[in-house]
Design a protein around this ligand. Structure first.
Ligand code: GDP
Length: 435
């Protein structure tokens, strides 16, 4: 399977066509051929899924939709991920190669559960890497999460068992065990993993995969699956450029759900995996160009909107800019028409009718309005350092912490795009000319 290139190939084929003003049959057929070839090489049955093509004008849409649906089906393993229950200990064990992002992601996940009312603790069973315990200790302290580890015990299975026993006794709901990695898949790593698994009998084992490794994800996840049968995957470093194909490979190879994506080095950079949003990003459906165009369309008259637009051209996107965009969108009428144009907006309003969709946007405005001026003008990092701010804002706006988190992660995604626009000199030039 050549999954690594799938997203890129489809993306460029669709983009070629969408850019071309002259949507003639030949351009269309070329794209169709390219997409069929890409899908076939990824073992997707093109013939059974492509309906007969209607008039040319709808073809572009149809192709995009077919490709989109196929890829969503590919990353959705149709398996339910594990859901921890309160009032009993849930032991979660992390596995993965060194550098994949295990230690970082352990703390992110612990923080995630902690803000949802689970009593959460971390155990460092990485006795292999010098400094691993220190790193976990630092992260855990910052997130105010109790932790356990040892500087003297060299047997990771013993440390793991001790830590889990201690936190079970103290009635913790979630106990996350970080294990060691190696640079390569080695016999010793797998032996150690099985020993820890036997020692702590986890309710859930999670494989942490570096999203930038591309095609290697397939063999790596298969090797881990064979030894330490994991029930969920977290893909890290999806804020980098190359993420995508690898994730699809891992799911295809193991039929295991991806539950979260790591989207940065900070503690809050953890997003729930949504197959549709993921594929949308992979295909660049809400891409930089459409963001620029959209902002251009909705910012014609307002001066604060011009400010936002100028910001985007410079690669800046504050929370206030996001508020401005949402306000403009609300002025523009039925959401169903607009949601496809903005990355993530369709994700936000998916499955909602226009009325529910506008309610969701209104609740976002309540959230913005509960922020201080400094928070609005920030890049959002201030919430990473002080998560209690989110609780304050949820209370103040009559919404939930989940909604505040979703809004912030949405903002981070938009900010990431703005940054890329800012980095693209040509587009910046174009943007400035349009002011
Ligand atoms: P471990 O060896 O598997 O425990 O990996 P670490 O947790 O130490 O992470 C390795 C490196 O990857 C560190 O520099 C992390 O800051 C970085 N990292 C982890 N997750 C992410 C992510 O989602 N995005 C980015 N950009 N970096 C990450």
């Amino acid at each position: 399977m050549v999954l690594q290139d799938l997203g890129r190939r489809i993306n460029s084929a669709v983009n070629d066509l969408t850019r071309s003003n002259n949507l003639d049959e030949k351009a269309f057929d070329d794209m169709l051929k390219e997409i069929c070839a890409a899908l076939l090489s990824a073992d997707v049955n093109v013939l059974s899924t492509s309906p007969p093509l209607p008039a040319a004008v709808n073809k572009k849409r149809l192709i995009q939709k077919t490709v989109f649906d196929e890829l969503v089906a590919l990353v959705d393993p149709h398996a339910q991920p594990f859901r921890p229950k309160k009032g009993r200990p849930n032991v979660i064990m992390f596995v993965g190669l060194q550098g994949a992002g295990k230690t970082t992601t352990c703390t992110k996940l612990a923080r995630h559960y902690q803000t949802r009312g689970f009593k959460t603790a971390l155990v460092c069973a990485d006795t292999f890497r010098a400094g691993a315990f220190d790193q976990l200790k630092q992260n855990a302290t910052k997130a105010k999460i109790p932790y356990y580890g040892s500087l003297t015990q060299t047997d990771p299975a013993i440390v793991a068992a001790e830590g889990v026993a201690k936190f079970k006794k103290e009635r913790f709901d979630i106990i996350i065990v970080d294990t060691s990695g190696r640079h390569r898949q080695e016999e010793e790593l797998f032996t150690e993993m099985t020993q820890i698994q036997t020692a702590v009998t986890p309710d859930q084992t999670i494989l942490v995969l570096d999203g930038t490794i591309g095609q290697a994800a397939e063999s790596q996840s298969a090797a881990f699956k064979a030894t330490a049968d994991f029930g969920a995957i977290i893909i890290t470093k999806t804020d980098g450029h190359a993420a995508g194909g690898g994730a699809i490979s891992a799911v295809a190879a193991t039929h295991t759900p991806i539950i979260f994506l790591g989207t940065g080095e900070h503690m809050m950079d953890l997003e729930r995996f949504e197959p549709r949003a993921f594929v949308q990003k992979l295909l660049g459906m809400g891409d930089v160009a459409s963001l620029v165009e959209h902002v251009q369309a909705i910012t014609k008259d307002s001066s604060s909107a011009k400010e936002t637009y100028k910001h985007i051209a410079e690669g800046i996107y504050t929370i206030r800019d996001f508020r401005e965009n949402i306000t403009s969108i609300m002025k523009m009428g039925p959401l169903s028409k607009l949601s496809g144009m903005i990355p993530g907006l369709s994700n936000l309003t998916q499955g909602l009718d226009d009325e529910d969709g506008s309610m969701k946007l209104r609740r976002m405005i309540y959230i913005f309005d509960s922020m201080t001026a400094a928070e609005l003008d920030s890049d959002g990092k201030t919430f990473v350092d002080q998560p209690s701010r989110m609780v304050r804002i949820a209370h103040g706006s009559g919404t939930t912490v989940r909604e505040v988190e979703d809004l912030l992660s949405q903002h981070r995604m938009m900010a990431g795009m703005a940054k890329r626009v800012g980095g693209q000199k040509k587009q910046m030039q174009r943007a400035q000319n349009m002011l």
